[in-house]
Design a protein around this ligand. Structure first.
Ligand SMILES: *Cc1c(COP(=O)(O)O)cnc(C)c1O
Length: 451
């Protein structure tokens, strides 16, 4: 019999206690937080699956890098090591450090876009969309058709609709499209990967029209591993070779090192365009910092430079993808409706299908997320009507898995809690909104149980 038990490809050197609470305590804490998990204190959460951004555990090598960090204002050797590491994987001529992904986005779009422009993407992440719109351009999502059906098992649901991109270029004209972006993996689309074939088709189309292609590379390592597993011709390549091949198709990238950078803060912007890089560095100096640190400490640059390499480690990726898939499989086998197939960094539960008796106006996603907290101290996040109001196409509960933080037994515990809540789903009630800010209301809204 082949051995199938998933084990963590690391051992634990430093531990951080997590705190048990009683159900009664959680009921009181949730009430005090206005039934909004964002307003809970993190110490009152047992398993925190709110986000995989900046919540990962660093390795011994990264911590060694932190100690090696050189804090010279200009020309730090930490920057040289960071740049060399980024260039080895991404291959772009200019590497500009930023404090996180959105700073790279702001600089890129400020320099490349103007009012009336259109930026096509497979699916914009929220900060990416906001930064495109901030300069007066239109952020256009062009996901493939399969992405719109949660039950569809297509292996590359992160793909862009290439025919729709071609029509868009014809309709709006090349002059109004300063760049095209591909988000790998497609975060807002469920952490679904983009295939090499799709990236190549998008690249060829862009370059035929003289339009630069940029990658939103936050989860590039997870995307590379999905290609290795699922795309013909890639099973013998290493994740690094796959990532290198993909980035060759583009002209630059933005990156949040809080994801596959395996760091708690950081990001970068890359480009092959010398003139653009100069403009970007000028803007960087204005708001982020000198180009050899870009708003980061030297020690952060070390952690990121080492982290992007570790994210491509095959033992790590095998465990990472298997562990997320295991969570998805264990709950969907029992009937829990999730977005299929499981993505790289998170599982998304379809709360409208889970709680069909709770109307959309009573926030089924929030009701389910709150119930997971009450049952087992798990914090997840609603992506639905509270977050997007009437624009919400679905009501989802996202369980995002921090990198290298929780063990397989934590995952088994999460499965058990979800299945317990699934058993008594008919008793779960919706919520009414009591107060909410006009923008990004999910961060601060207060609610109360309906009835
Ligand atoms: C997180 C994320 C960003 C923004 O990065 P921050 O570091 O949070 O600013 C951009 N795009 C995608 C796809 C992301 O997941």
């Amino acid at each position: 019999m082949p051995i199938t038990t998933i084990i963590e490809p690391f051992r634990i050197k430093s531990v951080e206690p997590i705190r048990w609470t009683t159900r009664e305590q959680r009921e009181n804490l949730l009430k005090a937080a206005g039934y909004n998990l964002f307003l809970l204190a993190a110490k009152d959460v047992l398993i925190d699956l709110l986000t995989d951004s900046g919540t990962g555990a660093m390795s011994t090598e990264q911590w060694a890098g932190v100690m090696r960090g050189d804090e010279s204002y200009a020309g730090s050797p930490s920057f040289t090591r960071f740049r060399d590491s980024v260039q080895e994987i991404f291959g772009y001529r200019h590497v500009i450090p930023t404090h996180q992904g959105r700073a790279a986005e702001r600089i890129l779009f400020s320099v490349m876009c103007k009012k009336g422009d259109v930026v096509p993407n497979n699916t914009h992440f929220d900060t990416t969309r906001a930064n495109v719109e901030f300069v007066g351009a239109e952020a256009m999502d062009l996901p493939c058709a399969e992405a719109k059906n949660p039950a569809d098992q297509h292996p590359f649901k992160g793909n862009m609709d290439v025919a729709a991109l071609e029509q868009t270029i014809t309709r709006v004209g090349r002059e109004r499209i300063p760049l095209v972006m591909l988000t790998v993996t497609n975060n807002s689309g469920g952490g679904q990967p983009v295939s090499m074939a799709n990236a190549r088709a998008v690249s060829e189309l862009c370059h035929k029209h003289g339009i630069p292609l940029y990658f939103d590379a936050c989860r590039f390592a997870e995307n590379a591993y999905f290609i290795k597993l699922r795309e013909p011709g890639y099973s013998d390549k290493t994740p690094k070779q796959i990532a290198q091949e993909m980035f060759k198709l583009g002209d630059g990238c933005t990156m949040s090192a809080k994801k596959d950078g395996m760091a708690n803060i950081g990001g970068f912007l890359c480009t092959n365009d010398d003139a653009l890089a100069q403009q970007e560095k000028n803007l960087l100096i204005l708001t982020e910092g000198y180009p050899t640190y870009g708003g980061l400490a030297g020690r952060d640059l070390e952690a990121v430079g080492i982290g992007i390499q570790e994210a491509l480690n095959e033992d790590y990726l095998r465990y990472r993808i298997a562990s997320t898939a295991y969570l998805g499989r264990k709950i969907s086998e029992q009937g829990v409706p999730i977005i299929q197939p499981p993505g790289g960094h998170a599982i998304y539960i379809d709360a409208r299908a889970f709680l069909p008796h709770v109307p959309q106006s009573q926030f089924p996603g929030v009701a389910l997320a709150n119930e997971l907290y009450l049952e087992g101290g798990i914090r997840s996040v609603e992506i639905g009507t509270l977050m997007f109001d009437q624009a919400a196409r679905m009501d989802l509960v996202r369980l995002a898995i921090p990198r290298r933080v929780y063990t397989q037994s934590h995952i088994d515990y999460v499965v058990e809690v979800i299945l317990e809540v699934w058993q008594r789903r008919k008793q779960i009630k919706g919520l009414n909104l009591i107060s909410g800010a006009p923008f990004l209301r999910h961060f601060s809204a207060r609610l109360a149980p309906a009835d």
